[in-house]
Design a protein around this ligand. Sequence first.
Ligand code: PMP
Length: 366
Amino acid sequence: MALHSDRYSQILDSALDAVGNTPLIRLDRIAAEEGLKCNLLGKVEFLSAGGSVKDRIAKSMVLAAEKEGKLIPGKSVVIEPTSGNTGIGLAMACAIKGYPVIITMPNKMSREKEALLRALGAEVVRTPDEEPWDSPKSHIGVAKKLQEDIPHGIILDQYRNVNNPLAHEYTTGPEIIDAVVSTPSTLARPSSLKVDVFVAGAGTGGTITGVSRSLKKSHNSQCIVVGVDPIGSVLAFPDQLNDASGAASKPYVVEGIGYDFVPQVLSRDPADVDYWMKTSDENAFDIVQKLMRTEGLLVGGSSGSALSGTLAWLKTEQGQKIAQTEGLNVVVLLPDGIRNYMSKEWFLDFALCPGPSRIPKSVLEP
Ligand code: PMP
């Protein structure tokens, strides 16, 4: 078996060195079921140390702030509004480095995320889901107030911090390129040796913006980048997509993607993101189940959204040409794992739902 990375054959200095460097895994069974001739590949981010794609930006924002002298050991208190995963990455980095952490997080985010945050030593303030982003009661508003009131409080601000998209431009994108160009094309598994399509959901938009820049600038200027945004969010472009898909700010259950404002780090420039797809909770959770039951991948809800957007895009006119061409590589980013969502109804509904059983009645009813 090929070693995924030299790094794992050596002793690491801390858990921060086990951030990122995640595998690209073929989704062959789903591709076959969908009648795809292209390669369908998942970038599996729950295998990062903190369990999500956001470990990367937490690490890079902390390291950059330390370098710039903005984080002062023994004084600074790190405060961050987040849907949870950036908070977990920050709490992990700050546990190692010794900074106290306070996370503000809307109520709808899972108890598992709160438990992980507290386990890593962070304090957590929950905020009402229905408060608009610019309300003083929203997770963003409460974080600002905390920063004003706590001496040496600092918000690294994933919504505006350039190190968010840059972390993906420098790590996530190059890792994808590396895996694709170093996997040879064979008769059984033809490959263009390029990333032809990249798909990701957007929360802050750091992932899609940063990966797109790395792919288009340094690898394949023709690479098609597709953004995924839940129905009820306003991130897709053009805006009519959001209006047409149902009332903007309609509540949705999936966590980590979609917003009621456009974060500064999200590029809606069509040069960076070529197409946007709107996705429903229902389709997302169906696909999570499929990813588990056919590919054995323990991914979270937004991974289902990303793949459901990918499959829908591959059915569009432009997508069809890609879908039916052997060897083209379609990469979809799978941001976190199901262990963040084990208590959620949408998960328990299918996980604990009894299917046909091979256990003899004599054993079930002795
Ligand atoms: N999925 C999940 C589960 C997330 O936590 C996030 C981050 N909010 C995303 C997707 C989207 O990532 P980004 O902020 O880079 O757009």
